[in-house]
Design a protein around this ligand. Structure first.
Ligand SMILES: *[C@@H]1O[C@H](CO)[C@@H](O)[C@H](O)[C@H]1NC(C)=O
Ligand SMILES: *[C@@H]1O[C@H](CO)[C@@H](O)[C@H](O)[C@H]1NC(C)=O
Ligand SMILES: *[C@@H]1O[C@H](CO)[C@@H](O)[C@H](O)[C@H]1NC(C)=O
Ligand SMILES: *[C@@H]1O[C@H](CO)[C@@H](O)[C@H](O)[C@H]1NC(C)=O
Ligand SMILES: *[C@@H]1O[C@H](CO)[C@@H](O)[C@H](O)[C@H]1NC(C)=O
Ligand SMILES: *[C@@H]1O[C@H](CO)[C@@H](O)[C@H](O)[C@H]1NC(C)=O
Ligand SMILES: *[C@@H]1O[C@H](CO)[C@@H](O)[C@H](O)[C@H]1NC(C)=O
Ligand SMILES: *[C@@H]1O[C@H](CO)[C@@H](O)[C@H](O)[C@H]1NC(C)=O
Ligand SMILES: *[C@@H]1O[C@H](CO)[C@@H](O)[C@H](O)[C@H]1NC(C)=O
Ligand SMILES: *[C@@H]1O[C@H](CO)[C@@H](O)[C@H](O)[C@H]1NC(C)=O
Ligand SMILES: *[C@@H]1O[C@H](CO)[C@@H](O)[C@H](O)[C@H]1NC(C)=O
Ligand SMILES: *[C@@H]1O[C@H](CO)[C@@H](O)[C@H](O)[C@H]1NC(C)=O
Length: 436
């Protein structure tokens, strides 16, 4: 690093009147041994830190030091004076409350601000009242905040719009560097930096200009980089196409994989079936990016036209429809998934259930009427016996009676009626039928 810019001057500058009121004698033949220098530590100071203006090479007998704001010795710009013989300091009108003067002449600045930036003049007075004047520089820079990239067009159209990206906020004495896709700016006639490099102009943006962009701000005390910024360039997406693992498949046996083919990036995909948004069933699965639709197993109701649609924030395009044919055995049941045998079984079971219910209702009806007609039954039994004993040999009604008896007895058992508890009922039935 270069030594701090400082320059010494000697001559007829009066010793600060606050301490001594003396007439100055000018000595043009000064001792060559005196070689005062001022050093700022640190050379560049960050706002809020402490800075020391060090005085080097103090030789000979000195009366004292005075520090002034600016490059001139003016009483209203006096910060402080230190008088060595009595070892006391005096503050001047330009003292801000943050400066301390030391016996060796150095001046400390605490919590510097950007306003402290500038020249400071030291006046050293010898015992012989010869003075030496020297100026030193204080450089205070802000610690840069994280820059933010802004665009003057959030949705520029491809090949139409010119976009201006700005790295903000504006801070003085700051240099700017840009990156696209983590690389320094390419040599392109469509890119232009402003004179201070703070703004980047992109002429007639294309989708390739999407980014991400980053800008970095630098000053002598800090470096700060923005978050990545992505430009949302709107373009017409190209029409996608669908590819199928097989377009003619067999129900229940095959898996179908439909793939939406597109060369566009930064797009989202959705699927259509027979012109409507596809409603996913539990047999369908989409890949995480929606580009692949898997149907496993395929069913006859999956047959139809499939389309995929790719879209970006500005545009969307649908593929041509792809027809999926599903072959199925027409003798088999439909989408319930039950085999013909199972359906037949259910039908038979339902019919049997109806028959049983009817029989039971009939049985209960008979049982209800049985009590009322017990007496009559008994009598008729007797009369029947009597008839038989009288030599009636007609066998045909007897045969019918027996058939009816066994059928009803079976029904009674089926309905969980203990047959032993209803012997009269079966008998009654027997006789009822017989009486018909
Ligand atoms: C002090 O003075 C000598 C002689 O002029 C010079 O060589 C040296 O560099 C000076 N020191 C500083 C720190 O300026
Ligand atoms: C003056 O001296 C006092 C006592 O040493 C010290 O506290 C004060 O900071 C000094 N003021 C300046 C301006 O240097
Ligand atoms: C002068 O005194 C200050 C405070 O004691 C010290 O920090 C500084 O280093 C001294 N300057 C020189 C040139 O030694
Ligand atoms: C952004 O700035 C460029 C260059 O000045 C200009 O051509 C373009 O119209 C601006 N865009 C908007 C949306 O203002
Ligand atoms: C910052 O830049 C301005 C000019 O733009 C200049 O006057 C000033 O001295 C600079 N500040 C520093 C600390 O370099
Ligand atoms: C960009 O560069 C930074 C460091 O320069 C690195 O950490 C980061 O992984 C890079 N990102 C990409 C996407 O290359
Ligand atoms: C950028 O392109 C210009 C003109 O085509 C050329 O003169 C220049 O050397 C190039 N710069 C770099 C860094 O490639
Ligand atoms: C702007 O950036 C270029 C490199 O991209 C650099 O050569 C130039 O010095 C920079 N200008 C300013 C003012 O920082
Ligand atoms: C984008 O970049 C690719 C590859 O470099 C190129 O093929 C394509 O034409 C570019 N697109 C536009 C719109 O410039
Ligand atoms: C498509 O599915 C049908 C029906 O299952 C089958 O016969 C044919 O071999 C399959 N074709 C291909 C290419 O897998
Ligand atoms: C994708 O790009 C390839 C090669 O350029 C081309 O053959 C293919 O048709 C494109 N596909 C679509 C869906 O645009
Ligand atoms: C996938 O499609 C669903 C709608 O079916 C949508 O909500 C989701 O955002 C899509 N995901 C992607 C990554 O495109």
């Amino acid at each position: 690093m270069k030594p701090p810019s400082a320059h010494a001057r000697r001559g007829c500058i009066p010793w600060n009147g606050l301490l001594l009121a003396v007439s100055l004698v000018t000595f043009w033949n000064l001792p060559t041994t005196v070689q005062l220098t001022i050093e700022s530590v640190p050379f560049n100071a960050a706002e809020g830190t402490d800075v020391l203006l060090l005085v080097h090479n103090v030789t000979g007998d000195l009366l004292g030091y005075s520090w002034y704001r600016g490059e001139r010795v003016e009483n209203n710009q006096l910060i402080a004076t230190f008088r060595i013989d009595v070892s006391t300091n005096v503050t001047g009108p330009a003292h801000s409350g943050r400066e301390t003067i030391y016996p060796n002449g150095s001046l400390l600045f605490q919590t510097v601000t950007q306003d402290d930036t500038g020249y400071y003049t030291l006046l050293a007075t010898r015992n012989d009242l010869q003075t030496e004047r020297l100026a030193g520089q204080l450089r205070v820079y802000p610690v840069l905040p994280k820059p933010v990239i802004t665009s003057n067009n959030s949705n520029p159209k491809e090949l139409e719009d010119t976009v201006v990206l700005t790295c903000g906020p504006e801070t003085p004495n700051t240099s700017h560097v840009w990156w696209i896709n983590n690389q320094s700016l390419p040599n392109s006639t469509r890119l232009e930096l402003s004179e201070d490099n703070r703004t980047l102009t992109l002429f007639h943006v294309t989708r390739n200009d999407t980014g991400p962009y980053m800008c970095e701000t630098r000053n002598p005390v800090s470096v700060s980089r923005s978050d990545p910024f992505t430009l949302n360039v709107i373009y017409p997406v190209a029409q996608p196409s669908i590819e199928a693992s097989n377009t003619t498949v067999t129900e229940h046996e095959n898996t179908v994989v439909l793939t939406c083919r597109t060369n566009d990036t930064g797009i989202s995909i959705c699927w259509f079936f027979n012109g409507q948004r596809l409603l996913l069933t539990e047999r369908m699965k989409l890949s995480p990016d929606n580009s692949t639709l898997t149907i496993n197993p395929v069913r006859r109701e999956d047959a139809g036209d499939y389309q995929c649609e790719v879209s970006n924030p500005g545009n969307s395009r649908k593929s041509d429809p792809l027809r999926l044919d599903v072959k199925f055995d027409s003798t088999q049941g439909s989408s319930s998934g039950l085999s013909g045998g199972a359906i037949a079984g259910i039908v038979i079971a339902v019919l049997a259930g109806i028959a049983l219910t009817k029989a039971l209702v009939y049985f209960l009806y008979l049982r209800k009427t049985a009590g009322a007609s017990d007496q009559r039954d008994l009598m008729e039994h007797k009369s029947s016996d009597h008839n038989q004993s009288e030599g009636h040999s007609d066998n045909s009604p007897n045969k019918i009676d027996e058939v009816a008896y066994s059928a009803l007895n079976f029904n009674a058992q089926e309905s969980k009626k203990p047959t032993s508890a209803s012997p009269s009922a079966t008998e009654t039935v027997y006789s009822e039928v017989k009486n018909k």
